[in-house]
Design a binder for this molecule. Structure first.
Ligand SMILES: NC(=O)c1ccc[n+]([C@@H]2O[C@H](COP(=O)([O-])OP(=O)(O)OC[C@H]3O[C@@H](n4cnc5c(N)ncnc54)[C@H](O)[C@@H]3O)[C@@H](O)[C@H]2O)c1
Length: 324
């Protein structure tokens, strides 16, 4: 079975590629080829099957068509579409966010449709599709009401993913991700970047700034559980998804202050002392509009997973990602 990860050079794309390389199968079927595509060709991962890497700009429709249809990558049965411009950058660079997150997603959906094989297409949406005047507890049926351009672009792509699936062009699965924390590497341009940096940097001996107060509630999912869910998304039978192809993944909601105390329990006082609490209105303007309380009944019934505790999440970072 051929698999392609578009956005395969990003944080989640790379972790997903490593996981597929290690397990070699999805839903009991062996992976025969993995293609990793990104705006800069990603580095390959170790696997018992061929892995190819490709430079691809998803805003170039002809290039997306060519990559999905031709050569080593041709005829992928599972297409992961993870490529995106993240939240704060989509807010500051409206045209770029629209081009990549909406028009680029349409290019991927159309290229998948053009294959004529109704491939599975796993798309990473975001909890940022929710916001504004809606109830505090998000249910599976809560209306999408994004309050950022990023959220609006993801919501629009979701609608099309659902319609392309209804028409039988693709077998779409859209996952609304909570903030993935703790994100390894460098801070990125997501407004939620601090949700990782206030743990990642102190655990690596560096200072970090927290732009919100300790009473800020936030829903998170560890990279490990997220990758498990991305693989599971390609395994769930189409019939089990029903008419709602897009739904929220299970996260866990804690106050930031409680997450910091979880870090203290696992790693001691030193990292906690490296957090500087400095309110930042530009970040707060985006993140205070996000919803924090979810009842992801559909995802849980379909077998998607959440983390057990934030202490676990700190341990996962120490095991998987810390730079020593
Ligand atoms: N990490 C999170 O907290 C989070 C939360 C909600 C949703 N998501 C979604 O999950 C997906 C993956 O997130 P991530 O954290 O790995 O992000 P990331 O920024 O690490 O990866 C995204 C990748 O998309 C690539 N990309 C951007 N423009 C492109 C283009 N024009 N053509 C081809 N590739 C392009 C980037 O180069 C990058 O490698 C994204 O769709 C994101 O919106 C992530």
């Amino acid at each position: 079975m051929r698999v392609i990860i578009i956005g395969g050079g990003g944080m989640l794309g790379r972790k997903l590629a490593l996981a597929l390389g290690a397990r070699g199968e999805i839903g009991g079927r062996a992976v025969s080829h993995l293609a990793l595509a990104d705006i800069i060709a990603p580095s390959p991962v170790e696997a018992s099957f061929p892995v190819t890497t490709h430079r691809l700009d998803i805003t170039d429709r002809a290039a997306v068509d060519a990559l999905l249809a031709e050569g080593a990558t041709g005829g992928a049965e599972i297409i992961y579409h993870l490529a995106a411009i993240v939240s704060a950058q989509s807010e500051s660079e409206f045209d770029l966010g629209m081009r990549v997150n909406l028009m680029g997603s349409i290019n991927v959906f159309e290229a998948a449709r053009a294959l004529g094989t109704c491939p599975k297409l796993v798309f990473t949406s975001s909890n940022a599709v929710y916001g504004g005047d809606i109830p505090e507890m998000i249910e599976d049926w809560t209306a999408l009401n994004p309050q950022t351009s990023y959220g609006a672009e993801k919501a629009a792509a979701e609608m099309l993913l659902t319609d392309f699936s209804r028409r039988g062009f693709i077998d779409g699965r859209g996952l609304r991700l909570p903030t993935i924390s703790i994100r390894p590497g460098k801070p990125n341009q997501a407004a939620s970047s601090f949700m990782s940096s206030i743990f990642r940097e102190p655990l690596q001996g560096r200072e970090a700034i927290c732009p919100v107060g300790p009473d800020y509630p936030h829903s998170y999912l560890s990279p490990r559980a997220c990758v498990e869910n991305l693989i599971h998304a390609a395994e769930v039978p189409a019939e089990a998804l029903g008419m709602n192809r897009c739904f929220a993944l299970p996260g866990r909601t804690h106050l930031i202050g409680d997450m910091v105390e979880a870090m203290r329990r696992v790693a001691g006082d030193a990292p906690v002392g490296l957090i500087r609490w400095e309110p930042d209105r530009s970040v707060q303007k985006i993140v205070l509009g996000w919803k924090a309380h979810f009842n992801p009944a559909k995802a849980l019934a379909l077998g998607f997973v959440r983390d057990d505790s934030f202490e676990d999440n700190i341990r996962f970072f120490l095991e998987d990602d810390i730079e020593r």
